[in-house]
Design a protein around this ligand. Structure first.
Ligand code: FMN
Length: 193
C-alpha cells in the first residue's frame, strides 16, 4: 500500500521524532511504499493566502498553489499523522496543511450544499500522538484532537475505512518505561497497518 506519513514536530531529537522513526520502520518492514512529508523539514507554508481564500471554492484553480501536496495526497492509499497535541489541537503547521491541501474537490465535494467525502483513495487512517494532559483532563476538555481524527478526518476518507488513534497521554509524568512501551505499541500497530 502507498502510505503518506505526515509528520509535524520542529525538533529532530524529540520523542515525536522517535515515534515517526518507529512508524516508518514498521511500515517499511511491512513492505509499504512510504512517502514521508516532514512539514517542518519541507518548510511548509501553513497560511492560507488571500488569493487561496478567494479561489477556495474554484475546484479548477484552488489546488494550483499546493499542487504537489495534493498529488502526494491523492496518490496515497493510507494516511498516517505523527504530531504532538498543542493547545488541544494540531500544531499550526499541520492545521495549515489541512487548511490549504484538504480543499473542495480534493478532500470533499459540496453536493447540493452537503459535504461528500472525496478522499476515497484513503482506505486506512492512523494518528500517532502525545499529550501533556492525562486521559481524564483530555476527556474533560472534550478531547478535540481525538474527535478531529476519529470524526472530522474520518468523514472525508473512504466510508468505512478503519481509523487508528494511538496516543501517549500524560507526557509530563512519562518515564523511560512508558515511552518505551508506547514506542513498542506504535511499532506493533504500524507493522500490522
Ligand atoms: C505549544 C505547546 C502547546 C501544548 N498544548 C498542550 C495541550 O493543549 N494539551 C496537552 O495535553 N498537551 C499540550 N502540550 C504538551 C505536548 O503535547 C507535549 O509537550 C508533547 O506531547 C511532548 O512530546 P515531544 O517531547 O515529542 O514534544 C503542549 C506543548 C507545547 C509545546
Amino acid at each position: 500500500m502507498r502510505v503518506l506519513v505526515v509528520y509535524a514536530h520542529p525538533v529532530g531529537t524529540s520523542y515525536c521524532a522517535a515515534l515517526k522513526d518507529a512508524t516508518l520502520a514498521a511500515l517499511g518492514k511491512n513492505g509499504h511504499e512510504i512517502d514521508l512529508l516532514d512539514l517542518y523539514a519541507e518548510d511548509f507554508e501553513p497560511r492560507l493566502s488571500q488569493e487561496e481564500r478567494i479561489a477556495y471554492h474554484d475546484i479548477d484553480a484552488n489546488r494550483a498553489p499546493v499542487e504537489d501536496y495534493v498529488r502526494r495526497l491523492l496518490k496515497a492509499e493510507g494516511l498516517v499523522l505523527v504530531y504532538p497535541v498543542w493547545n488541544f489541537g494540531f500544531p499550526a503547521i499541520l492545521k495549515g496543511y489541512f487548511d490549504r491541501v484538504f480543499l473542495p474537490g480534493v478532500s470533499f465535494e459540496l453536493v447540493d450544499g452537503t459535504v461528500v467525502p472525496a478522499l476515497r483513495n484513503i482506505r486506512k487512517l492512523a494518528a500517532v500522538t502525545t499529550y501533556g494532559a492525562t486521559p481524564l483532563r483530555a476527556f474533560l476538555a472534550g478531547n478535540p484532537p481525538k474527535r478531529l481524527v476519529k470524526r472530522v478526518l474520518r468523514a472525508v476518507i473512504r466510508p468505512g475505512a478503519p481509523v487508528t488513534y494511538l496516543a501517549h497521554y500524560d507526557m509530563n509524568n512519562s518515564t523511560p518505561e512508558t515511552r518505551k512501551r508506547f514506542l513498542g505499541r506504535v511499532h506493533e500497530r504500524m507493522q500490522r497497518y
